[in-house]
Write a new protein. Structure first.
Length: 573
């Protein structure tokens, strides 16, 4: 061994030469080449010179008196996420692995990598200590960690979001709350994480985002095509910061955690496109659950042809919209697309010569040229009060978000009887039940029979993915008949099943409306006048050729748009 060369080397390089892990000449060359390639010395030795990483770590730990840690045994869930950005971790080849009090322990393979400790301390404001680990194990752990941090940003190429920090969001005043450690709500990792979640939800076509704290974990879920799916599980200790960030963006009081709050966020994706988020917080046992409803104005501009009405159903809806007076009711459970159906109708009617006013709770999508009122029961502005005010302002068309009580129903019917077209919703399961609900509220049967023109009951079904769905040849003919298919419908049927591919979610992509559209004919009006029940009204609607929800769903199955399983999920045979 060249004693002179060893004498010229010091620190880790000298120790490695003394331990016969590398020659003096190779050590000098490695130092020079690592510096030229901007690599850490230990990383270069392992990757380029083939030095045994385990033995190297043991020598380095002994030389510098730094504890040696087995990083492969580390549970990834305990890595303190959100403190350090992935680009900083990659730059310094150093990973924060756990925190104890006000000390952050950083896994490094090179004990001379002091720059990593100093810069991470600067960014986090937390004192740092080095923990020595095997270089190969560190590299593999780093790759896995960085991939997990960047998973939400995959596939953002279709939107102009090259810099997520610059996404334009309407937010309230910057706030702080030292009581729960949320004074850093605007720290860059949290900002970027929330922006990624919002953008990813938009790209997936989600309708809602759920931020949910639990005792031992925290999860974020998207409702896509009507079904919730878990997308990411951030560390539990970020719950307060995520909550504070969302509340600041929504102009809520971040110090109030005992009561539910409502807010709104607007995200500008481009000069011509903005997405609104309706935000609600709910205090739960382990923190605040926050749900964001995604309100895309483009959904109200789709046009009636995109909603999924059968030709005869579309014709009835358009004819009712063109009546100078009367009432159109849209019914269905929450999330069945009632708002989109109403907004589509309002867009058809929205012309300069018409005065249109709406009372909504809340106003979901801003419609240019329509006077929209956000009802507020706390100050006495409920649906009934808004309707009374509308009638003093020379309206042509009135839309009431929901008929909830007799007072609202009576004012709406009065408006429909005095030369106004009234559109509204109820939460019932079918068209026939809508009529009996009004009767049960106390509305006189004569007023119901003479005022209501059209009832639309609807559901939203998941549309089969056009890229991967396949024919379902194995369903027996008798089974299809028992499901409600007729021989006439099966004659030209193309029944498909969900498969699943990279372009969809479990074989489904997008949704299509399933409708029961019933026009109030003289015979149905007579049953109402006689205070007939919903079964009698439904039987008469069937006799007059108005398909119910089940029959409409089976038509979509026969057309290959939805699966039989989906039809069974949203309708009852």
């Amino acid at each position: 061994m060249n004693d002179k060369a060893v004498g010229q080397l010091s620190g880790l390089a000298g120790r490695l030469v003394a331990e016969d892990l590398i020659s003096a000449q190779a050590a000098v060359e490695a130092q020079q080449e690592a510096a030229a390639e901007k690599m850490h010395f230990v990383q270069y030795l392992v990757e380029r010179k083939g030095v045994d990483s385990r033995r190297l770590a043991e020598v380095a730990a002994h030389e510098f008196g730094v504890p040696l840690f087995e990083i492969s045994a580390l549970n990834g869930e305990y890595i303190p996420d959100g403190l350090v950005e992935s680009d900083l971790v990659t730059k310094h080849h150093a990973l924060p692995i756990f925190r104890r009090g006000n000390r952050l322990f950083i896994a490094v393979s090179d004990p001379t990598n002091l720059a990593a400790l100093d810069e991470i301390k600067f960014h986090t404001g937390i004192n740092t200590d080095a923990v020595l680990v095997d270089e190969k194990a560190l590299s593999s752990t780093l790759i896995a960690w960085v991939e997990s941090q960047d998973s939400l940003s995959d596939g953002l190429d279709d939107l102009d979001t090259s810099d997520l920090d610059d996404v334009e969001l309407s937010a309230g005043e910057d706030g702080s709350d030292g009581a729960d450690g949320t004074d850093a709500v605007d720290e860059t990792p949290i900002v970027r994480f929330v922006n990624k979640v919002l953008i990813d939800a938009i790209k997936q076509g989600a309708s809602d985002i759920h931020f949910e704290p639990y005792e031992k974990n925290y999860r974020v879920r998207f409702r896509t095509d009507g079904v919730l799916q878990e997308v990411v599980k951030p560390p539990r200790n970020l719950a307060a910061r995520l909550s504070a960030r969302l509340k600041v963006m929504s102009q809520m009081d971040i110090s109030e955690r005992r009561l539910p709050q409502d807010g709104r966020i607007q995200m500008k994706l481009s000069r011509n496109r903005a997405i609104d988020f309706r935000v609600n917080t709910l205090p739960t046992l382990f923190g605040e659950k926050i749900v964001l409803r995604i309100l895309d104005p483009s959904s109200a501009q789709m046009g009636i042809d995109a909603l999924g009405y059968e030709p005869e159903q579309k014709e009835m809806y358009l004819k009712a919209l063109n009546q100078p007076q009367g009432m159109i009711l849209v019914t269905g459970p929450t999330g069945s697309g009632k708002t989109v159906s109403l907004y589509t109708g309002l867009n058809i009617l929205n012309t300069p010569e018409r005065n249109i006013s709406t009372a909504e709770d809340p106003v979901e999508i801003n419609l240019e040229g329509i006077n929209q009122v956000h009802v507020n029961a706390k100050v006495g502005l409920n649906f009934a009060a808004a309707l009374r005010s509308f009638l003093r302002q020379d309206p042509d068309i009135i839309m009431v978000g929901e008929i909830r009580d007799l007072e609202t129903a009576e004012i709406g019917i009065k408006a429909a009887q005095t030369g106004h077209l009234v559109l509204s919703t109820l939460h019932t399961n079918s068209a026939a039940e809508t009529l009996t609900r009004l009767l049960n509220m106390g509305v006189p049967a004569f007023n119901v029979a003479s005022t209501v023109d059209l009832i639309i009951a609807q559901r939203l079904a998941r549309r089969l993915c056009p890229h991967c769905s396949e024919p379902a040849h194995d369903i027996p003919h008798d089974t299809l008949i028992s499901q409600g298919f007729t021989e006439e419908l099966l004659a030209d049927a193309t029944i498909m099943r969900a498969v699943g591919c990279e372009q969809c979610l479990h074989g489904y992509k997008g949704r299509v409306g399933i409708y029961e559209v019933v026009r109030i004919t003289p015979t149905i009006a007579r049953i109402i006048m006689e205070e007939g029940n919903s079964l009698e009204i439904a039987a008469q609607a069937q006799a007059e050729g108005f398909p119910d929800l089940r029959q409409s769903a089976l038509k979509k199955v026969a057309a290959g748009l939805i699966s039989l399983e989906e039809a069974n999920r949203i309708t009852v045979d």
